[in-house]
Design a protein around this ligand. Structure first.
Ligand code: HEC
Length: 202
């Protein structure tokens, strides 16, 4: 019995040593153009799906049919998501083919809203999917989710129309305000800028 234990521990040590040597020597190809083994891909997807399901379980779903919310989300989606997740009538983008894992085409794939909210807010490690909750409040994220649940049914024309009619982004709106004459402080800043012009001759 003791001999078997010793032999077993010896075999495991050899195995772990070989793995450490393989990774330590840099033999593993970290390139995004070298696909995972099938077993690795399945393992990662299982961990991802179990994690999202567990974390999204207790999220309270708001009313997502509100047209104002959907309209706001259309503008957000066009500004932040379309390059990776495409839109109706869009075959592909410049960035998407090179991403690994490849972002799902959200104009064709329906995603459960709670799952979408959690993923959009927190992002996904080692995938390129950003955590939009850093810099965006929950209301904004719900607007995006409301639009994403509507997206698979839209025609290319309807998509364009919704994006065109979307309200201006509040954050971008605030940026525009910086140059607004209605704000005396900002007007003064602009005057200062004007005064400093000769320092930078063209
Ligand atoms: C730089 C590229 C990139 C951008 C920009 C991006 N995503 Fe993603 N997203 C990804 C990738 C890659 C995945 C797939 C991750 C995976 O398969 O594990 C993903 C996954 C998702 C999923 C999960 C799909 C599922 O299977 O459950 C949702 C929902 C999603 N993104 C929504 C969005 C929304 C909404 C935006 C804009 C606010 C956005 N993404 C912006 C790359 C991106």
């Amino acid at each position: 019995m003791t001999r078997r234990w010793v032999a077993g521990i010896f075999a495991i040590s050899i195995g772990l040593g070989a793995v450490a040597l393989y990774f330590g020597a840099g033999a593993y190809d970290m390139g995004a153009d070298a696909p995972h083994w099938e077993v690795t891909r399945r393992a990662i997807e299982l961990v991802r799906d179990r994690s999202i399901a567990a974390h999204a379980k207790n999220i309270d779903l708001p009313e997502l049919q509100d047209e104002k919310l959907v309209s706001k989300g259309a503008g957000q989606y066009a500004a932040m998501c379309v390059n990776c997740h495409l839109a109706p009538g869009m075959a592909d983008s410049e960035i998407r083919p090179g991403l690994y894992p490849q972002p799902p085409n959200l104009s064709e794939q329906r995603i459960d809203p709670k799952r979408a909210f959690w993923v959009v807010k927190h992002g996904l490690k080692m995938s390129g999917m950003p955590a939009w909750g850093i810099g965006h409040d929950d209301d904004t994220i719900w607007s995006i989710v409301a639009f994403v649940t509507r997206l698979p049914g839209l025609s290319a024309d309807h998509y364009k129309e919704m994006v065109t009619n979307a309200p201006p982004d509040e954050e971008m709106g605030n940026m525009k305000m910086d140059g607004d004459k209605s704000s005396p402080g900002k007007a003064k800043d602009r005057a200062d800028e004007g005064g400093s012009k000769p320092v930078h001759p063209h």
